[in-house]
Design a protein around this ligand. Sequence first.
Ligand code: FES
Ligand SMILES: [Fe+2]
Length: 404
Amino acid sequence: MSFSGIDPNFTLPPRFYTSTEIFEEELERIFYSRWIYVACEADLPKPGDYITLKIGTRSFFLQRTESGEVHGFYNVCRHRGHELVQGETGNCRRLICPYHNWTYDLNGNLKHARGMDADFPKEDFGLNPIEVAVIGGLIYVCLSSPAPADIEQVRSMLTPYLAPYELPKTKIACQKDIIEACNWKLVIENNRECLHCTSNHPELLVPLYSSGFGKGLDKDNVQPDERRFQEKLQEKEREWENLGLPYELIEFPDNLWFRTVRLPLANQCISHTLKPEHACKKLLGNFKKPEGSGLSLWTHPNSWNHFLSDHIVTFAVFPLSVDKTLVRTKWLVAADAVEGVDYDLENLTHVWTQTNAQDQSLAEGTYRGICSGGYMPGPLADEEYLVKQFLSWYSDQLTETPVH
Ligand code: FES
Ligand SMILES: [Fe+2]
């Protein structure tokens, strides 16, 4: 794949959003080769719990073992290749293939192989594993082996930021899937800037300053409209120091694939809600009182996440085809929080349900424009530098990642 002649300060030429050949290449070089955010520990609370997932054409499942680890395997039996587990979620202590009942334990070892002689080497026919990494309760997988070793660097940098929220002690209060009629890169590009926020996200801008999401963190170059944000930031930084909460911006260091930062919430908000009240009475981790900030985390190629003192919202993007993209949102609350008592589901999910619908409309509208026949790459503003950063990372993957 050549990017020569493509201006890095502009959006991509139309073929990158519409060509099925380029889409196939993206699956190979990015989604089958890189660490991909897929789920979180709260999806698998008990030993034996499993979830099935698909990236591109590849299907696999994640399961919690008896000893509490999360393992992942391709969803295929080693006998004649029948799919092993069915449905999106479930629980079992033995994986029994429906075809001829070959049976595997939760570590993927073949325990019973119907029809085979007594001396059949069962140890050679365990399930085909995938690489799994859990960081602060977020589950990343890699469908190639060996997986990129940079996961350990990401883990050591991110863990202190995520630890205060104790994600493994949460439960999923709600999950919503949206299928957007657009190329997956438009979902990510849209997520990497907040230039569109003031004209499109009235609900989101109640708890959020538009600063911090592509502008406003350059302390030597403060724009007049960022003054209030800057003042709040300074005040909160002192509080975060006292609370021992990490807050410094880490932005795609050493070619790594994440950006994280703690940002103050706007309008006295203490959660991603429309009123300055918490969305869930039970707080997460070690928080003793609601904290008016959010830790945000973005990972290439497919996620963004917001950690509040009373809940977590996490977003995973799965490309389904060149023009269809699944956006999966999960809202997490403390495991012992009770719906209707500690939180109201509609209140908890309102801001991001509205925001997701607005972003869906923007990404789909952009896709229709790109397919109009008249689209030409457009210039990116300074405030859209994280879009440039994503496109630069993307072009590196397509030119440098070997196909496995
Ligand atoms: S295909 Fe699974 S037991 Fe035969
Ligand atoms: Fe948006």
